[in-house]
Design a binder for this molecule. Structure first.
Ligand code: NAD
Length: 311
C-alpha cells in the first residue's frame, strides 16, 4: 500500500491554490491573512462589494464557486448557515460534483453537526476530504489571525489542513470525526451564553442591592464565581476598558449570532435526546433579547435587567 500524501504543499514545497467562498465579516479578513502569507486565492461571494475588497488585496475574483475552484487544491467556505453550505456544495450546480478526487474542503461556517455530516459523507463518497472547522474568536480574531479552529474529520485531512489553518488561527483542535468540530463549537458557545446570562444576573443582583459593579466584579473574579466573562468581557458598562459593554455594546459578537448558536445547540440536543435545561433557559433569554438588540454585542444581555445600560 502506498503512503498517503498528508501535505498540502507539492513535492517542490509550493503552496496550494485556494478557493475561498463567503467573504463576510469573518471570511474577508481570513482570506486576507492567507493572501498575506503568500497563498494564491480565487474568491467568490454573492456580494460584489465583498469580492472587490479581496480583489484589492490581491485575490482573483470568480463568477461561481465552480470557477473559483477550477484550479484549486483546497476549498475554504465561510457561509452564514447550513442552508447556504448545502446549496454551495450539494445544490443545483453543487461544487462537490465538480471537484477532483483528493481536493481538501474546509467549511468554517457554524452549522448543525447533522448538516456538516451530510456534506462530509457526500464528499467522502466522491473521494474528497471534507472537514468541518468552525471557529471561535470573532471578527477580532479573524483580523488578527488568532482564531481557534475546532475541527472534525479524518486525521489525514486534518494534517493537510493544519498549516493553512495556522495562518488564520492560533489554536487548532482536532475534535474527532465528521461533525465533531460543530458539536464542540456549540457546546462551548452554549456554555458561554449561560455564563454571560448568569454573570449579568449576578451583577444586577449586587447593583440592585447597593454594590458597586466594579467592586462586586473584582470580588467574584477572585472567588468561586470566576469565569471568562468576568476575566475579559465584563457585561456591565465601564467596569472594564476596551470591551463592548464600555462602548455602547458595539463590535464584538452580536446577540443574534449567539442566539443562532444556542438554537443549533438546542437542535443537536433534541436530535440526540440530551437534556440541556440551562441551555434552554439561555436560548429563551437571548431569543427575547434579540428582538430589539440583535446587532448589539451578546454582553448586552445585561440590559435585560437594567435597560439604562443600553442607551
Ligand atoms: P456574514 O453574513 O458577514 O458573511 C457571510 C458571507 O457569505 C456574505 O458575504 C454573503 O454574501 C456570503 N454568501 C451567502 N451565501 C452565499 C453563497 N451561496 N455563495 C457565496 N457567498 C455567499 O457572516 P460572518 O459573520 O462572516 O459569519 C460567517 C460564519 O461564521 C457564520 O456561520 C457564523 O455563525 C460564523 N461565525 C461568525 C462569527 C462572528 O463574530 N461574526 C464568529 C464565529 C463564527
Amino acid at each position: 500500500m502506498g503512503t498517503q500524501n498528508t501535505s498540502t504543499t507539492d513535492k517542490n514545497g509550493a503552496k496550494p491554490n485556494i478557493a475561498f467562498i463567503g467573504l463576510g465579516n469573518m471570511g474577508a479578513p481570513m482570506a486576507e491573512n492567507l493572501l498575506k502569507a503568500g497563498y494564491s486565492l480565487s474568491v467568490y461571494d454573492l456580494s460584489e462589494s465583498a469580492t472587490q475588497r479581496l480583489q484589492q488585496a490581491g485575490a482573483s475574483v470568480a463568477d461561481s464557486p465552480k470557477d473559483a475552484a477550477s484550479n484549486a487544491q483546497v476549498v475554504i467556505s465561510m457561509l452564514p448557515a447550513g442552508k447556504h453550505v448545502h446549496s454551495v456544495y450539494l445544490g443545483e450546480n453543487g461544487l462537490l460534483a465538480e471537484l477532483p478526487k483528493g481536493t481538501l474542503v474546509i467549511d468554517s461556517s457554524t452549522i448543525a453537526a447533522a448538516d456538516a455530516t451530510v456534506v462530509a459523507e457526500a464528499a467522502s463518497n466522491l473521494g474528497i476530504d471534507f472537514l468541518d472547522a468552525p471557529v471561535s474568536g470573532g471578527t477580532g480574531g479573524a483580523v488578527a489571525g488568532s482564531l481557534t479552529f475546532i475541527v472534525g474529520g479524518s486525521v489525514h485531512a486534518f494534517a493537510k489542513a493544519e498549516p493553512i489553518l495556522a495562518v488564520m488561527g492560533k489554536n487548532i483542535f482536532h475534535a474527532g470525526d465528521h461533525g465533531a468540530g460543530q458539536v464542540a463549537k456549540i457546546c462551548n458557545n452554549m456554555l458561554l451564553g449561560i455564563l454571560m446570562a448568569g454573570t449579568a444576573e449576578a451583577i444586577n443582583l449586587g447593583v440592585k442591592n447597593g454594590l458597586d459593579p466594579k467592586v462586586l466584579s473584582d470580588i467574584m473574579l477572585q472567588s468561586s464565581g470566576r469565569n471568562w466573562t468576568l476575566e475579559v468581557y465584563n457585561p456591565y458598562p465601564q467596569v472594564m476598558e476596551n470591551v463592548p459593554s464600555s462602548n455602547g455594546y458595539q463590535g464584538g459578537f452580536m446577540s443574534k449570532l449567539m442566539q443562532k448558536d444556542l438554537n443549533l445547540a438546542m437542535q443537536t440536543a433534541q436530535d440526540t435526546n440530551v437534556e440541556t435545561p440551562m441551555g434552554a433557559k439561555a436560548t429563551e433569554l437571548y431569543e427575547a433579547h434579540t428582538v430589539e438588540n440583535g446587532d448589539k454585542d451578546f454582553s448586552s444581555i445585561m440590559g435585560r435587567h437594567d435597560s439604562s445600560v443600553l442607551s
